[in-house]
Design a protein around this ligand. Structure first.
Ligand code: SF4
Ligand code: SF4
Ligand code: SF4
Length: 497
């Protein structure tokens, strides 16, 4: 199906955004030399083209993973202006929220050159605002799977522990903390409090070389502190997923070493590689040279000496196949066995052609679907149960005793390619399963939030209330949660590309 040899093959017509003014424009997704690009024209700002997927044949083949989404229990907005300007979720959205993300503050104790949130002064939500966002999540999801606390840097918020506890009190299955690890490395009391709740830790970790850290995070000597934080998380019993941003020409050569390290560290159960995307504060980039999931998968295959191969990675079906790919491996000492080598995961995930292999039960298929889901958290009891079921089907589980034993053997690698204003595709965002949860109950798909003008407007409105929050904190003055309003006229988006 690949156009190859320079021939253009049109794969899809969709809509995207002008990276300059964020106006919605028609766009075409096409194959050139076996890679997928998106092109568009803004009447005012001209033509734009971006690399969106590094393997055109896989893009076409992976369409079979697209299946009807599961609707949320309830919505928070109506269809008025059309996608992506009715978030949300509005009734046109095609998938429920697998993951809810609450950005509890805008400030950070770092100042990374690469920061999609453009962290800095602004707002610190109150516990009541966070509870309101959580309650809305419960209303729309019934039993939410995953909530992730993010920022800014959420660990420096004075009420982060009560906020994590508020999520635990609402029976949200998995609680995650997205962090740079600085407070974990330095604050004994904080680590002790985390050990009580045991959230999964989404841990910023881009490599080993000072130049990598200098370029991406502005701190060349940060590695020792990262290592100290990871060792403390192992002692506290919090499962860790390393989150490397992968930047062309900066740390591409470090992905194999990151995996090797992750496999050996007792706190770490997985790595979630994120090709750098151009949103918020990010060094200038060439959209035609952008790394995508297949590019990082090739790097992994090249740098792990056969431990992982390209065909070990399978798209996660709950969102669009280009958003995430993943693999799981059974780890026994130095032996690492990717599950797709011993069990034909692809056949069970192939819900469109609906091929069924007689030897595998509905339970096994359910376990594989749960593992290849955005809400699967390696190191959690639920993921361990599903991993155990999958391993039992192929004999790897022989000898494993109890879930703690299973957890010790499981390892996950995920590729997560967020969209930026160059690569934004309206059809993809309409089935996004990761939503930013706002205090007024709105839930904005993450890639719409970052690109369509929501982030800038939400931050301005949330920051405008900060003086009132401080009065509330100091003097007990009532603080009311205000509805956020979004306006997409060109001069009100206020984007800073
Ligand atoms: S992204 Fe989803 S919630 Fe937002 S406008 Fe589009 S369909 Fe509605
Ligand atoms: S990327 Fe994370 S750690 Fe870095 S400035 Fe932004 S919020 Fe802070
Ligand atoms: S956040 Fe973006 S990349 Fe991730 S599932 Fe949603 S649309 Fe896809």
């Amino acid at each position: 199906m690949s156009g190859g040899n320079g021939g253009l093959g049109i794969l899809e017509h969709t809509q995207s955004l002008c990276p300059e003014c964020r106006r919605l424009v028609d766009a075409t997704v096409f194959d050139r030399d076996g890679r997928v690009f998106l092109k568009k024209r803004c009447e005012q700002h001209g033509d734009f083209e971006a690399h969106v997927y590094g393997d055109a044949a896989a893009w076409v083949a992976n369409q079979r993973y697209i299946r009807p989404g599961k609707k949320p229990v309830d919505y928070s907005t109506s269809v008025v202006h059309g996608c992506p300007h009715d978030c949300g979720l509005c009734p046109d959205h095609e998938q429920h929220a697998c993951v809810g993300i609450i950005e509890i503050n805008s400030a950070c104790d770092m100042d990374c050159p690469l920061c999609f949130a453009a962290a800095g002064r602004g707002f610190n939500l109150t516990l009541t605002e966070v509870e309101s966002a959580l309650d809305s999540f419960v209303r729309t999801e019934g039993t939410p799977e995953v909530v992730q606390f993010s920022g800014g840097e959420p660990s420096i918020h004075p009420e982060i522990i009560p906020m994590l506890q508020a999520a635990a009190d609402r029976n949200i299955r998995h609680i995650m903390l997205n962090t740079n690890g600085k407070r974990i490395a330095r604050d004994d009391d904080f680590v002790a409090a985390l050990a009580e709740i045991r959230p999964a830790i989404y841990f910023q970790f881009d490599g080993f070389e000072p130049e990598t850290w200098r370029t991406i995070r502005g701190e060349p000597a940060i590695l020792d502190e990262k290592m100290r934080a990871l060792d403390r998380l192992a002692e506290a019993g919090c499962p860790v997923i390393l989150i490397p941003a992968v930047v062309r020409g900066v740390n591409e050569h470090e992905v194999g070493r990151i995996i090797e390290f992750a496999l050996s560290h007792p706190a770490v159960f997985g790595v979630n590689f994120q090709p750098a995307f151009h949103a918020g504060r990010f060094m200038p980039h060439d959209p035609l040279l952008r790394l995508t999931n297949p590019d990082v998968i090739r790097l992994i295959a090249d740098q792990t000496n056969g431990t992982f191969r390209e065909d070990d990675f399978i798209p996660i079906p709950c969102c669009y196949p280009s958003c995430n790919s993943a693999t799981y491996a059974y780890v026994d000492g130095s032996s690492v066995t990717p599950i797709p080598r011993v069990l034909n995961v692809d056949d069970y995930m192939d819900l469109i052609s609906n091929r069924v292999m007689a030897s595998v039960t509905a339970d096994i298929r359910g376990a594989l679907e749960a593992l290849w889901s955005t809400s699967s958290i390696p190191g959690s009891p639920r993921a361990a149960y599903n991993f155990d079921m999958a391993c039992a089907a192929c004999g790897l589980a022989d000898g494993m005793e109890g879930l703690e034993d299973v957890i010790d053997h499981m390892f996950m690698i995920v590729l997560q390619d967020f969209m930026d204003p160059w690569t934004f595709n309206r059809k993809i965002v309409a089935r996004c399963c990761k939503e930013i949860l706002l205090p007024d109950g709105k839930q904005i798909p993450f890639c719409a939030y970052n690109n369509a003008g929501y982030r800038e407007q939400a931050r301005a409105q949330l920051s405008a209330c900060e003086a009132d929050r401080n009065e509330h904190r100091r003097n007990g003055r009532p603080f009311e949660i205000r509805p956020l309003t979004f306006d997409f006229k060109e001069d009100t988006i206020g984007v800073t590309p």
